[in-house]
Design a protein around this ligand. Structure first.
Ligand code: PEP
Ligand code: MN
Length: 357
């Protein structure tokens, strides 16, 4: 059961609901979104039936939810949500492009990749500083030094930053640099990590695990929402199937299915799903055509030298075509391409960066 508070509800109204539910032996989880506060109730429904919740001060509605994910379900919140990342919207009216290198390697590489991203129509920069690698011998990312590079490149370009966090102990550290926290496919089932980002004050990009059903993915989002953070964007990034021609199989139908079940925005990662540069643009077109709210794409100034996922990174020569797709396809879907935030007035210099292009 979910109690939807009215926009004018006070903190005292919310506290009174929590108190009365606790007194009845139930649990109450308060989630504050951009436009409303909702209180998810856990416990015996019959118990709550006698509490007259609907007539209490500040209550707009009381909804019985039949699906196991309550706070993120569309049943509870029929309007699709907009999540803002450093002021940049991701939601139903826009198409937001996120792009950047798979991993932050150097200040120069990150700055050039950010400029490529911006030229392609991106309004948010991606880049991993903590990399979850299959092999313990592979490049694990620069850690905090990588986060600093991302913050410098944000100051230079104005692009807000999304970067992955893989350890609950690092959520505060990553939050202090990033505008959005990424939970990678391999971490989707890490429940303590989901709870930790649920308590953080930054929006979350939740990738679907490559072996997760849509319901498991939505339940992972519910873990985050249940801790009070409703600013979640879902990302379909391909699932493992019997097919070996591609790295993973992009489950394109997951986009409208998840959008039908949840009010959260849904974006697509055409880079990690196909794992091949030649598939990135076709899969980007497919994502926009199926109604995705955005895409997240790997770009690299010199993919041959990339320390991670070079095979799927777009080259400088691909940027013009991506820009054309990003500009021309969204209007056919009734969307506008999200513009990047304004360039900072006096761009800070990225230490030791060679400014190219
Ligand atoms: C990534 O986006 O850098 C990444 C590791 O992706 P995924 O978690 O989808 O494999
Ligand atoms: Mn990668």
């Amino acid at each position: 059961m979910v109690v939807v508070m009215a926009p004018e509800a006070t903190q005292a109204d919310v506290d009174a609901i929590v108190d009365v539910v606790h007194a009845a032996g139930g649990e109450a989880f308060v989630s504050r979104g951009i436009s409303r506060t909702i209180v998810g109730l856990v416990g015996d429904l019959d118990q709550f039936g006698t509490l007259n919740l609907r007539s209490r001060s500040g209550v707009l509605d009381v909804v019985r939810i039949s699906v196991p994910y309550k706070l993120i379900s569309r049943e509870n919140h029929p309007d699709r949500s907009v999540v803002r990342v450093g002021g940049v919207p991701i939601g139903p009216d826009t198409l937001t492009v996120i792009a950047g290198p798979c991993a932050v390697e150097t200040p120069e590489q990150t700055l050039i990749a950010a400029r490529m991203a911006k030229a392609a129509g991106a309004s948010i920069l991606r880049g991993g500083a903590f990399k979850p690698r299959t092999s313990p011998y592979a490049f694990q990312g620069l850690g905090e030094a990588g986060l600093k590079i991302l913050a410098d490149v944000r100051a230079e370009t104005g692009l807000p930053v999304v970067t992955e966090v893989i350890d609950p102990a690092n959520v505060d550290l990553v939050s202090s640099y990033a505008d959005m926290l990424q939970i990678g496919a391999r971490s989707m089932h890490n429940f303590p990590l989901l709870q930790a980002v649920g308590a953080a004050a930054k929006p979350v990009l939740l990738k679907r695990g490559f072996n997760a059903t849509i319901e498991e993915w939505l339940m992972a989002a519910e873990y985050i929402a249940q801790r009070g953070n409703l600013d979640i964007v879902l990302c379909e990034r391909g699932i493992r199937t019997f097919e070996t021609a591609t790295r993973n199989t992009l489950d394109i139908s997951a986009v409208p299915v998840a959008q039908g079940l949840s009010h959260l925005p849904v974006i697509v990662d055409p880079s990690h799903s196909g794992g091949r540069r030649d598939l990135v643009l076709p899969l980007t077109r497919a994502a926009i055509a199926v109604g995705a709210d955005g895409v997240i794409i790997d770009v690299h100034p010199e993919p041959k030298l990339a320390m991670c996922d070079g095979d799927q990174a777009l080259l400088d020569s691909d940027i013009r075509e991506l820009a054309s797709v990003a500009a021309n396809l969204p209007p056919l879907m009734g969307r506008t391409l999200t513009p990047p935030p304004a360039q900072p007035a006096k761009p800070a210099r990225v230490p030791s960066a060679t400014v190219v292009g």
